[in-house]
Design a protein around this ligand. Structure first.
Ligand SMILES: Cc1ncc(COP(=O)(O)O)c(C=O)c1O
Length: 382
């Protein structure tokens, strides 16, 4: 799949830390260099670059997840998309948003602002490592407008059963907003048609992890059902100009017929970040999310099978659908984890320390020998 030179050079290090930051593929580096060269001498820049870059990026993202480009909102983070949804719904007194206790802050904090508008945020307390559909069902009330949950948990690597949670929300008339920051790019995911049957009403992710884009990138896919209920909390003049040329700038009006594009972050022709990100997503799109996920899972399996369970416990799932590309382990003496994290870094193996545990997150540019190198070190240092 990945050819030598497609990524890196990594300076001899094993970057097993995609859950924190994905590296740029070479094709994206070339786009970034081109964007900088054009900015050095702007005459090199085509005048329609402002429209071309977001169009290309939306097409690449839409192709990767099987969606329509018109349903994609471009942002600078996961938080951006979640925020636009929380702010754009017409909350009424007594409405509520359900969020998950212990979830990543980006999935919870955007909803707090709805309390200024008479609505309430309520927490579901999961009883296990992943939120269960039955727990969502038990927590839903007729006033629940939205359930916001994270697909792959950043701290323990567990994956929620999206189909089952989606079914419960749909049955009860609640919108499901999914934080897929640790999933899109590494899990197979396809939306069919306009997404009316998709398990979630919104799928939101950043671009700088599993989609291998620059930092400060993100997107949201929004279902037609949710889009109908959103009023943008902003007026984006660039979006209002859709279908017009740059010499018609003073001929403007406030339009409400724009759909998802009205929610885009300002300056979507962000050449230095959105052009390389488009190239990165096109690169991943050549393989498709299924093939990437299969490869990633081989690496995860190799690690899990090779880990010495007398010295380390595996906290993320050993197998099955709940397993993700985030492998979370702990030394049997938990207090040793911070030291091990530092020792691994000193030996050229980069992983994360999260909530006191060790988190490895391999992706398509990693190799079986890098997994073995991490295992050897972990066992030697233990
Ligand atoms: C589940 C989850 N959501 C969101 C983010 C990042 O949020 P943002 O894209 O808003 O920076 C992370 C980053 O670690 C994450 O793990």
């Amino acid at each position: 799949m990945v050819q030598p030179g497609d990524f890196g050079p990594f300076d001899g290090r094993a970057w097993l830390n995609c859950a924190q930051q994905g590296p740029l593929p070479r094709l994206a580096v070339q786009e970034a260099q081109r964007a900088i060269a054009e900015k050095i001498a702007p005459a090199r820049m085509a005048e329609d670059e402002f429209q071309r870059v977001p169009r290309r990026l939306k097409q690449a993202l839409a192709h990767f997840i099987g969606a329509r480009p018109e349903a994609i909102v471009l942002g600078n983070s996961t938080s951006y998309g979640l925020q636009k949804i929380a702010n754009g719904l017409d909350w009424r007194d007594g409405d509520e948003a359900l969020v998950v206790r212990g979830d990543f802050p980006a999935s919870v904090l955007p909803w707090y602002t709805i309390e200024r508008r008479g609505a309430k945020v309520r927490f579901i307390q999961p009883s296990g490592p992943a939120l269960a559909a039955a727990e969502v069902e038990a927590a839903l009330t007729p006033r629940t407008r939205v359930v916001c949950a994270t697909w792959v948990n950043s701290f323990n690597g567990w994956t929620l059963d999206l189909e089952a949670v989606g079914r419960v929300c749909r049955r009860c008339g609640a919108l499901l907003v999914l934080n897929a920051a640790q999933a899109i790019g590494a899990r197979p995911f396809q939306i069919a048609g306009d997404g009316a049957e998709a398990p979630a009403d919104a799928v939101v992710a950043c671009g700088y992890k599993w989609l291998c884009g620059p930092y400060a990138t993100g997107f949201a896919w929004i279902s037609p059902r949710l889009l109908d209920q959103l009023t943008p909390d902003q007026v984006n003049w660039g979006a209002m100009q859709q279908g017009r040329t740059l010499d018609q700038m003073r001929d403007f009006e406030l339009r409400s017929d724009l759909g998802a594009v009205a929610l885009d972050v300002f300056c979507t022709g962000h050449f230095q970040s959105f052009a390389p990100w488009a190239a990165a997503v096109e690169y991943l799109g050549q393989f498709g999310s299924r093939a990437i996920a299969d490869y990633d899972q081989q690496l995860v399996e190799r690690f899990a099978a090779g880990l010495d369970s007398r010295r380390y416990s595996l906290l993320s799932p050993r197998q099955g659908d709940a397993r993700s590309t985030l492998i979370v382990i702990s030394h049997r003496e938990r207090a040793r984890n911070p030291g091990l994290h530092q020792q691994l870094a000193a030996e050229g193996v980069d992983i994360s320390l999260r909530e006191g545990n060790l988190r490895l997150s391999p992706h398509l540019y990693n190799t079986a020998s890098e997994i073995d190198r991490a295992l050897d070190l972990l066992h030697r240092l233990a």
